[in-house]
Write a protein that binds this ligand. Structure first.
Ligand SMILES: Cc1cc2nc3c(=O)[nH]c(=O)nc-3n(C[C@H](O)[C@H](O)[C@H](O)COP(=O)(O)OP(=O)(O)OC[C@H]3O[C@@H](n4cnc5c(N)ncnc54)[C@H](O)[C@@H]3O)c2cc1C
Length: 368
């Protein structure tokens, strides 16, 4: 239904399908330490997807804005994630950064960021500090490093946080491609092509013009925790890809009529649809203003656990149904399962469940 020609976001949806197909083709080639999907990011730019999250008055498509825009963005993230989880991670960071600038930046900052996105610059959100050398401001200069920064060496407009007594302050400095990045520590099992590494900001200018919003804005709810639905969408795309590979494998081997295989496929299909529905509902909740911020945050917090469980279930069914072949390179299942298992590791899952449960316990009636 989302693909019907008159759908307001049909251009973005079709573009996502095309870029995902390209990314799927290049997945095996890019499964190397230090790799980055440069051609695929260029294809995102070419297809208008780097600018699509901007509002129309800034040259975008309004993708992600309003409940319908949010549902369309969820579908776009799922499609890109299905084509490549590393590319989906990078695009999710880009969308997140633009959203923060749109929410908290001033007019000049919004226009500046929009112009760069339209010209094909990749954005990202780098929040994780090196414990020994956390990022900090000394006058108008930056000191310290960020770690676990996706697109390190490629992202030209990173939205970074520096700690202040009033909470994290967001900055949007300018980086040149190829500088300050160190990918040596990214030895993860999967997501090798996400160029996730350390970035050294020492001595980089950070004049007042690059400071976005006020200290503490970065943690403002419901955007901070509620925005987690976007990584869930990318992850769900990876789950959809694994499901498709599973079905393809069973058909090719003529094992699709076996009742045990059918039982696992049926359970995986139900888990996938559950994840898709929850992600779309979470996206809509954040975009609507009918719920209190605490209710939106709790919904997304609980969705995190539910989607994680669904995707782990799909992983297990696929590995058990395909068997050893799914653990052998170059079977695409071998790579995509590694990517998904790695990307499922996101911050503080236990806390999200606990906070969601605490909210539900405070309510007299069903809160959603
Ligand atoms: C592919 C990839 C790309 C990434 N890109 C970026 C990026 O661009 N920018 C960025 O800022 N970050 C990025 N990250 C980092 C990401 O945001 C998280 O910081 C990271 O994934 C956290 O994973 P973790 O399992 O170590 O989380 P943790 O929060 O450490 O969770 C591990 C376990 O410990 C539990 N736990 C957490 N806190 C406590 C506690 N205080 N006491 C007891 N138990 C606890 C959790 O519930 C969980 O069971 C990326 C991560 C990945 C995988």
């Amino acid at each position: 239904m989302l693909d019907r020609p008159f759908h307001p976001f049909s251009h973005s949806l079709h573009a996502a399908t095309r870029v995902a197909a390209l990314a799927r083709q290049g997945g095996a080639r890019l499964d190397q330490d230090g790799a980055f999907p440069a051609a695929e990011v260029a294809a995102l730019a070419e297809a208008g997807l780097l600018a699509a999250p901007l509002p129309p008055d800034l040259g975008g498509a309004g993708l992600g804005q309003g409940p319908e825009g949010a549902a369309a963005l969820a579908e776009v993230l799922m499609r890109i994630g299905a084509g490549s989880l590393p590319l989906g991670r990078l695009y999710e960071g880009h969308v997140n950064a633009l959203g923060l600038v749109l929410a908290y930046g001033d007019v000049a900052q919004r226009e500046d960021a929009a112009a760069d996105a339209r010209q094909g610059s990749l954005f990202g959100v780098w929040n994780t500090d090196d414990r020994q050398q956390p990022l900090r401001l000394e006058g108008a200069l930056l000191r310290g490093r960020k770690i676990l920064a996706s697109g390190a060496g490629w992202v030209e407009r990173p939205l970074v946080t520096v700690a202040t007594p009033e909470g994290p302050l967001m900055l949007l400095p300018v980086l040149a491609k190829g500088e300050r990045a160190d990918l040596a520590s990214w030895t993860a099992q999967g997501m090798r092509a996400s160029a996730t590494g350390a970035v050294d900001f020492d001595g980089l200018p950070a004049p007042p013009a690059v400071r976005i919003g006020q200290p503490g804005d970065y943690h403002r709810q419901p955007l901070f925790s509620g925005g987690a639905w976007r990584f869930l969408a990318v992850q769900t795309g990876g789950g959809a890809e694994i499901f498709a590979l599973l079905c393809q494998h069973l058909r090719q081997l003529g094992r699709d009529a076996d009742p045990h295989q059918r039982a696992r496929v049926g359970q995986a299909a139900a888990a996938l649809e559950g994840a898709r529905l929850r992600v779309e509902r979470a996206a809509r909740h954040l975009a609507e203003d009918s719920l209190r911020p605490e209710a939106v945050v709790a919904y997304v917090d609980l969705t995190r656990g539910a989607v994680e469980a669904a995707l782990l279930e799909i992983l297990e069914h696929a590995q058990r149904s395909v068997g050893l072949a799914g653990f052998m390179r170059p079977h695409p299942l071998e790579r995509v399962t590694r990517d998904l298992a790695t990307y499922l590791r996101q911050p503080a899952p236990d806390r999200a469940l606990e906070m969601g449960a605490a909210f539900v316990l405070e309510q007299e009636a069903w809160p959603w």
